[in-house]
Structure formats: structure tokens, C-alpha cells
Design a protein around this ligand. Structure first.
Ligand code: ATP
Length: 233
């Protein structure tokens, strides 16, 4: 068995033969054709590229939020897109933490309730969730913000709440789309450091889509999406 085959078999996430076509009336956009991506367990990977290159679409496909037109996404060798929608939603809830540029916190709930939300969805007992959510808020320096609603927090605090929410289910993978795009430089840097330390401490596989060079430079590897293909950057 050659090294390439071993590398793929050991992969945490292996996307292969990925094609994606958007058809908007007469307009056909082919974003990817036969794209392959192998991500190792515990790896920190940046995906960069021009606006419109398809980075967010690729991240959504890796996170099973969007289906490719062709190809497979394997997690630890499991062909997860073959599962039904309910199984796939359960898998996403348990195994993948998402962090987006805009935090999508629920405005009428406190920071604590927002962090607990993925656990409610999974049907976990409230008491157990509360302790874990409080510990996460503390870990992210937000213990004194637990009862605040999103509008009562700064942008950086809101984004840290979103990171805490992404971590509640102890995911093995975190997918982040421009996670500090909405923050000032200093607050963004704090969140960069936090993402790196979470990856190192918890060995979470992390994929970050970003235009931010500093964030990309903190990853183990950077791939550039150009003309529907990934190239070493
Ligand atoms: N649901 C959709 N329907 C039709 N076209 C879409 C859809 N989603 C994305 N696209 C198109 O696919 C292309 C890639 O979009 P995507 O958001 O993945 O790019 P991106 O590299 O993340 O860009 P940016 O850096 O600006 O966020 C764009 O031309 C976009 O208009």
C-alpha cells in the first residue's frame, strides 16, 4: 500500500470527487469539478481564495449543510451523505461545531441559554447542560456575561458565545467561516489565539475559511481555492 492511500485512509475528513453546480434559471455556475480534500485528525487548515471562489460553499459541503452535485464526504471513513436527513442532522449536532462571521445567536435568549441550545436540540438534560455551558463561558472569559442577551454584549463577546455554543457538544470538528471578519483587530486576535488553543488542547480538527492572513498563518496548512481546485498556498 503506498503512502497516499495510507494518508487518505487515516483521514478525519475526506471529500472526494466533489462537484457543485448552481443553476439559477438560464445561468449555470459550476463551482467545483472532481475536487478532493484530505484533512487529518487534529489538523488546523485554512482555505483562502478570491471572493466568489466557492470557499463558503465548500465549507458548507464539508459540514454537510449543503449537498454536492456529485462526490462523497467521508468522516473517519463513513459516507455520511448516504445517511437520511435525520441521521445527518444528529451527526452534525454531535460532531461538528460551526462558527460563522455573523454569530446567529438567538436575540431573546441569554448567553447561557444560547450556549445550551445544541444540547436542548439533542434532548440532553437541562441540569447537565447548564453546568457544561457555564464551564465553557468561564473558559472563554464570559462568566459574568452568562445572563446577558446578545444585544447587551460587544461583538467580540457575542462571537465568543458563538464559539462556546459550537463547543457544547464536544465536537470533533470545528468549521469556521470568516470567524473574526466582523471584529476589530485586537478582538479578532484574541479569538484567533482561542481557536488555536482549542485545537491544541482538545485536538479538534479545524477548518477555517478566511481572507485574514494572520488567521491563515496560524493554521498548519493553507489551501487556496482557484478555478474550482485547491492548491497549496
Ligand atoms: N445558493 C446559491 N445559488 C446560486 N448561486 C450560489 C449559491 N450559493 C453560492 N452561489 C454562487 O457561488 C459562488 C461562490 O459563492 P461562495 O459564497 O461559496 O464564495 P466565497 O469564496 O465564500 O466568497 P466570499 O469570499 O465573497 O465569501 C458565487 O458566485 C455565488 O454567487
Amino acid at each position: 500500500m503506498n503512502e497516499t492511500v495510507n494518508h487518505r485512509q487515516a483521514a478525519h475528513i475526506h471529500a472526494l470527487g466533489i462537484g457543485k453546480v448552481f443553476q439559477n434559471g438560464p445561468l449555470r455556475i459550476e463551482l467545483f469539478r472532481d475536487l478532493e480534500l484530505v484533512i487529518q485528525r487534529g489538523e488546523r487548515l485554512a482555505i483562502v481564495g478570491a471572493s466568489g471562489a466557492g470557499k463558503s460553499t465548500l465549507l458548507h459541503i464539508l459540514g454537510t449543510l449543503d449537498r454536492p452535485t456529485s462526490g462523497k464526504v467521508l468522516f473517519g471513513g463513513d459516507d455520511v451523505l448516504a445517511w437520511n436527513d435525520r441521521e445527518l442532522a444528529g451527526f452534525r449536532n454531535r460532531s461538528i461545531g460551526f462558527v460563522f462571521q455573523f454569530h446567529y445567536l438567538l436575540p431573546e435568549f441569554s448567553a447561557l441559554e444560547n450556549v445550551m441550545m445544541p444540547g436542548h436540540i439533542a434532548g440532553r438534560p437541562r441540569r447537565e447542560l447548564r453546568g457544561e455551558a457555564e464551564a465553557l463561558l468561564e473558559r472563554l472569559g464570559l462568566a459574568d456575561r452568562a445572563q446577558h442577551r446578545p444585544a447587551e454584549m460587544s461583538g467580540g463577546e457575542q462571537q465568543r458565545v458563538a464559539v462556546a455554543r459550537a463547543l457544547l457538544m464536544k465536537p470533533k470538528v470545528v468549521l469556521a467561516d470568516e470567524p473574526t471578519g466582523n471584529l476589530d483587530t485586537r478582538t479578532g486576535r484574541q479569538l484567533h489565539d482561542l481557536l488555536v488553543s482549542l485545537n491544541e488542547e482538545l485536538r479538534i480538527t479545524m477548518v477555517v475559511v478566511t481572507h485574514n492572513r494572520e488567521l491563515a498563518s496560524l493554521m498548519h496548512r493553507t489551501l487556496r481555492l482557484v478555478n474550482g481546485q485547491l492548491k497549496e498556498a
